[in-house]
Design a protein around this ligand. Structure first.
Ligand code: 1HN
Length: 353
C-alpha cells in the first residue's frame, strides 16, 4: 500500500506517519512509499528536451571573454545545463556539455582528471588541444578526445576566437564518487612530438609494429583526433552508395582503432547525414543524446513538441523520449551519448518504430 492507497484507513495512516517519524533520524525509510518511483516500468527521465541557439550562447560567451581570461577561469566555459536537472551541471543525468571560448594568445592551463572528455569544434581554425604534449590543430567540426588521466591544455596562437563544445562524463564520475584531478606545474605541457604524429600512425588503419620505434600513446586508446576533413567525405560517400536507414539516415560511428569499440570508455559518438526532405522514423533509446547541427536546417519532433534546428544549435534528446528528425535541407548532425557506458553495464535498449 502507498500514501495514495484508499484501502488504508486514517488510523493506519496516523500510525505509519508516526513510525516514519521514528525512522527518519536513524537513516531509515519505508520502501513501500517509493518503490514505484525507484523501479520504473520504463525510463521517465527528469531531463527535458532542450535546444541552445548557437548565436545566443556565443554572444554570452564572448561577453565572458571580455571579463575573465582563460587562464584565470582555468576553463572559460558556459555550462549547458538541462532545465530538468537544476544545480547538477548536467545535460543528461550522466553527461555534461559546455561551450568553451579561447581567445587569440590565450592558454587554458594543463591539467588531468578521471573524467573523459571530447571536444567538437564549433568555430575558429588553428587553435590546439595538446594531449600529453602532442598538439591537435583544430578545424571546424573536428572531434578531439582527452581521455581520462591524460594531460591536456589548450592554446590559441591564431588571430581569431575559437569556440568548441566540451562533452564530458562528469555526472557519471560523480555517481561513482571517483573524481581525481591535478594541475601540471607548468601552464602548458612541453611538446613531446610534432602535431599530427598520432594521426599519421593510427588515423589511417595502421599501427606501429612491435619492435619498431617506441610508441608514446596508450595501446588501448591511441587515436585522439578525428578530422572533419576525413569524416565528412566518408559520410558523403556513404550517402552516394548506401541504402538509407529509415531511423538514422546515413550514419557513421567514430571508433577506437585499437579495438573497434567506442571512442571513450563511457561515451560514444557518431555523425549522420539526412538528405533534404528526409523524415526519420520514430525511435527511442536509453542513451539520452546531445546533438550538434553541423549543416542544414530542419525540425526535431518529440510528441507534440517541435524544435527548429539551425546550424551550430545544440539539442538534447533525453532517454527513451520518442523522436524523429525532419530535414528541410540536407542536414549533418554530430551526436554523443553514454551508450558506451550503458552497453558495458548491459543497460542499453532501443526501440525503432
Ligand atoms: C575540462 O578539463 C575542460 O579541458 C573543459 O577543456 C570543461 C569541465 C569540467 C571539468 C573539466 C577542458 C571541463 C573540464
Amino acid at each position: 500500500m502507498t500514501a495514495a492507497d484508499p484501502s488504508g484507513s486514517n488510523e493506519q495512516r496516523a500510525q505509519l506517519e508516526s513510525l516514519y517519524a521514528a525512522m527518519a533520524p536513524k537513516g531509515l525509510l519505508p520502501l513501500w512509499e517509493s518503490l514505484h518511483s525507484l523501479v520504473l516500468a520504463e525510463p521517465a527521465s527528469p531531463s527535458r528536451p532542450w535546444r541552445w541557439r548557437y548565436a545566443e550562447v556565443r554572444d554570452l560567451l564572448l561577453r565572458a571573454g571580455d571579463i575573465i581570461s582563460a587562464e584565470q577561469a582555468e576553463r572559460r566555459v558556459l555550462i549547458m545545463e538541462n532545465p530538468g536537472l537544476p544545480g547538477l551541471s548536467a545535460i543528461t543525468p550522466s553527461l555534461y556539455a559546455g561551450l568553451q571560448l579561447i581567445l587569440p594568445g590565450e592558454i587554458a592551463p594543463c591539467h588531468r582528471h578521471t573524467q573523459n572528455a571530447l571536444r567538437f569544434v564549433m568555430e575558429g581554425s588553428g587553435a590546439f588541444t595538446a594531449l600529453d604534449g602532442e598538439k591537435a590543430i583544430m578545424q571546424p567540426f573536428d572531434l578531439v578526445l582527452t581521455p581520462a588521466g591524460q594531460w591536456h591544455d589548450h592554446g590559441n596562437e591564431t588571430s581569431e576566437p575559437m569556440i568548441w563544445l566540451d562533452g564530458l562524463d562528469i555526472p557519471t564520475v560523480r555517481l561513482f564518487d571517483a573524481s581525481f584531478a591535478e594541475r601540471l606545474g607548468a601552464v602548458a605541457h612541453p611538446q613531446t612530438v610534432p602535431p599530427g604524429d598520432t594521426l599519421a600512425r593510427y588515423g589511417r588503419n595502421l599501427r606501429p609494429m612491435k619492435g619498431t620505434a617506441a610508441d608514446r600513446r596508450p595501446a588501448a586508446r591511441p587515436l585522439f583526433h578525428y578530422r572533419h576533413a576525413d569524416w565528412r567525405p566518408s559520410l558523403e560517400a556513404m550517402a552516394r552508395t548506401a541504402d538509407i536507414d529509415p531511423h538514422f539516415g546515413h550514419a557513421l560511428e567514430f571508433l577506437n582503432p585499437a579495438d573497434g569499440g567506442s571512442i571513450l570508455s563511457t561515451i560514444s559518438a557518431h555523425v549522420r547525414l539526412l538528405p533534404a526532405g528526409f523524415e526519420s522514423r520514430r525511435r527511442q533509446a536509453t542513451d539520452g543524446t546531445v546533438f550538434v547541427v553541423v549543416e542544414g536546417e530542419g525540425t526535431l519532433l518529440l510528441g507534440d513538441d517541435e524544435i527548429k534546428l539551425e546550424p551550430r544549435d545544440v539539442v538534447v534528446v533525453p532517454s527513451w523520449v520518442a523522436h524523429r528528425f525532419q530535414a528541410r535541407t540536407q542536414m549533418i548532425l554530430f551526436g554523443y551519448s553514454d551508450k558506451a557506458a550503458q552497453t558495458k553495464l548491459d543497460l542499453y535498449r532501443e526501440c525503432n518504430h
